[in-house]
Write a new protein. Sequence first.
Length: 183
Amino acid sequence: MAKSGKPKVGRPSAFDPDIAAEILDGLCDGLSLRVVCLRDTMPSARSVHRWLSDGEGKEFDLFRQQYARAREIQASTLFDGIIEAVGLVQSGRLDSKAGRTIIYGLEIVASRLHPKKFGRKLDVSADVNANVGLLAIPVAPGSLEAWRELDEPMELPEGQPEIVAEQAPQREVRVGGAGVVRV
């Protein structure tokens, strides 16, 4: 009863470890937070979110850890639902289109709740076969400009290998609306 002698009315909003345990049990059973919080004895989902974001102290830190773990278990429970739906489709007790919809929905939710375990893995491997060469030649300051002004090739410093550049054959490539480009 409240201090005035009247019974409490409305949902609880203050953190209570027993209520928190019930919420976590519901999540582990595969229920959404919204569904768990629809019960009259439960706080609103908004209050639970407030506990998660604004709560300070050891009990709230513990609740946040337990909540994260409950969401992982919830993902496993939903994955079990996928397996059950497949069994129902195979036995003929569930239409294949309905089963596909259920399986797809559960798969998405499970992958978002626990992406490391149930998320789609991206293949980022690639086959690269490239032959790239790079040669650096030390050049004295101002020598590059002087070399450009000469008609005859500049002599390389003693001990440097001679570099012969071959001109790559040109190809014609058709690029969208730009027409033909020589590469």
